[in-house]
Design a protein around this ligand. Sequence first.
Ligand code: ADP
Ligand code: MG
Length: 303
Amino acid sequence: MEYILQTQKLCKKYGKFKALNDLTINVPKGSIYGMVGRNGAGKTTLIRVITGLNNPTSGEFSLFGVKNNDGKLLETRRKMGAVVETPSLHPEMSAKDNLIQQTKALGISDEKLDDILKLVGLANTGKKKAKNFSLGMRQRLGIAFSLVGDPEFLVLDEPINGLDPQGIIEVREMIMRLNQEKGITILISSHILDELSRLATHYGFIEHGHVIKEMSAEELDKACRTSLHVNVNDTNILAEVLNGMGAEYRLYSPNEADIFTPMQVTPLVLALNEKNCFVNTMSERHESLESYFMGLVGGVHNG
Ligand SMILES: Nc1ncnc2c1ncn2[C@@H]1O[C@H](COP(=O)(O)OP(=O)(O)O)[C@@H](O)[C@H]1O
Ligand SMILES: [Mg+2]
């Protein structure tokens, strides 16, 4: 497999604190790579190191196969676009005029700007000034900035953070378009896990500056267990019956539970009925990305 970004035991220390601790990550060419971790896990630190805003303390990384200590890295970084901090927009200018400023600053032609505006879904904003944009529109204009240099690799630090549901859908669709129509490899970080599911093709789970698990969406799908979700009148009785069967389960409330051990439904319902435990509803469920991550790291998710 060809990789756009690889890191090898990357460390970044602030004083004695290791914000990145032997972090190893592999971003395949053509992927949408979801970097998932709680607040403070080290996501922004990693992005700052690979974009050149910070130097690593030790370890190495390569971008498009070029190592971080290679003189060619600076030139290679031109193939990468990133939105790390909120980019500074000109509030009194339209989306297109903002982009024209950006092309001037970079000394490149502005012939592709209409294409870029279309890609980020801002083609119809005309003379509307950036200061009157919604947060989602501003976020997408920020991403448009990073597209001006025609990148093959796009790095987005929590692009969905703070958006309303409509804004989330728009940014997700834009990310899909950039990946599918333009073939851009995308690294996207988030602490809100379910925003990345159905979007990412690969995942890296990061905790305390370390990647604890890397997997493809397919592998994740297989790893997430299917459960039988039940609503009953008394989960205490349910637990008693399931214990008797040696089944694995999780109780959520006096009425709700998930049963993980595959089993026949009829004998279970009959056994429950005998003890006056009545089943209200029953449905098959797929474990969510959130729940899988919780199982990996343990503890309460603080997102
Ligand atoms: N400049 C800095 N000086 C000291 N500590 C920092 C600095 N930047 C980040 N950190 C610490 O490094 C850890 C990782 O931060 P960060 O990469 O921003 O996490 P994330 O983006 O996953 O929320 C946090 O504990 C944070 O407080
Ligand atoms: Mg961050």
